[in-house]
Design a protein around this ligand. Structure first.
Ligand code: BYC
Length: 314
């Protein structure tokens, strides 16, 4: 097949919603975009364990502890599916870790904020996992097969995560005045960073147009952000909480909520590595990697021993 035919064949598949699979021909930039997005997504899951891990030992009951532990373990699993999906594109896991540890690869801005109170576990589940579902359900139909299939299970689990967060918020809102205040404070601190998770506005997003054409992304950043606002405002009413946005207003003509200006300077600062917890998060990941060296060495030594016929290490 000539290069032109390859391109035509690829375009035909994209246009007809036939998934692209690892051994299929694909344009270099399509491959690069996927490696960038999937590895960033995997790193986000892994770094995303840290803000919640902070609360496992301090969860207010055994039940809460078990649930939080399960959620954080799910995130480790999501990271692993996603690293595996990215590996099918020709990058190794070690290369991806190196990119994370050296600060070259991005991970979601949201995980650079501190988790100060127990209510933050509620707000993260409700808002952060809520935003993740909004973004990731459409990715179950993304054009690259291994990524789309990984997303199916990830989204089922994210859905449980969102509910456990909302349930924590409900309990706090039904509790004492101090507990409700704690829930409101968590909403105030997590709301704007959660909206930033969807990325820059469409006109400032270098990748959206092409990723939409390739059907990697199914909705633009602004479309997903708007959906998030519309859904969450109604949920906040159920909780009896006030959205921290004085400009939030139902717009009858648009059929959507209008909302206030996002602080893009804060967003850019966080993705440049200068958010409140960026350094702490990366140092924790680097330390985990270094301290896990003996496990990797032991696993390799064992594999070599198994592989050699007489049981002698190679
Ligand atoms: N944080 O042109 P754009 C989760 C970067 S949820 C940091 O719009 P794209 C979880 C972007 O990478 C979080 N960086 O790019 C939930 C690009 O930089 P580079 C992870 C961001 O890729 C709960 C530049 O800004 N989810 O995992 O078309 C618990 C321009 O952006 C952010 C995913 O990754 C951000 N918020 O769209 C545990 C979902 N936003 O690479 C875990 C999959 C943008 O050119 N990813 N940037 O240097 C996506 O859907 C897309 O990659 C994005 C960005 C919507 C995030």
């Amino acid at each position: 097949m000539t290069a032109i035919n390859h391109q035509e064949h690829f375009d035909h598949k994209i246009d007809n919603d036939i998934t692209i699979e690892p051994r299929d021909w694909m344009p270099d930039d399509y491959r690069k975009t996927l490696i960038r997005q999937i590895s960033q997504h995997a790193h986000s899951e892994v770094v995303g364990m840290l803000p919640e891990g902070n609360w496992i030992t301090r969860a207010p009951s055994l039940r809460r502890k078990a649930v939080l532990l399960a959620k954080v373990q799910d995130e480790a699993g999501h990271g692993l599916y996603l690293y595996s999906a990215a590996e099918t594109l020709g990058i190794t896991r070690d290369q991806m870790y190196e990119q994370l540890h050296s600060g070259k690869a991005k991970y979601s801005s949201i995980f650079n904020y501190p988790t100060i109170t127990w209510a933050d576990m509620g707000a993260i589940g409700w808002l952060v996992d809520g935003a993740a579902i909004m973004n990731q359900v459409p990715l179950c139909r993304t054009s690259y097969g291994p990524y789309a299939r990984a997303m199916v299970r990830v989204c089922k689990e994210e859905s449980f995560h969102q509910r456990q967060g909302f349930e924590i918020m409900m309990q706090l809102c039904k509790g004492t005045a101090a507990q409700k205040k704690m829930a409101q404070d968590a909403l105030n601190r997590w709301w704007w960073p959660a909206l930033m998770m969807f990325g820059p506005t469409d006109d400032a997003s270098p990748h959206t147009a092409r990723s939409m054409r390739w059907r990697i992304k199914r909705f633009t950043n602004d479309e997903l952000r708007q959906k998030m606002v519309d859904v969450t405002v109604e949920q906040a009413k159920v909780l009896g909480l006030t959205m921290p946005d004085p400009d939030l207003k139902w717009n009858e003509a648009r059929g959507h909520y209008d909302f206030g200006a996002i602080n893009w300077e804060e967003f850019n600062n966080v993705i440049k590595g200068n958010g409140p917890c960026n350094k702490e998060r990366l140092n924790t990941r680097r330390k985990a990697w270094q301290e896990g060296q003996w496990v990797r060495d032991a696993a390799l030594a064992y594999a070599r021993k198994q592989a050699s016929a007489d049981g002698t290490p190679a």
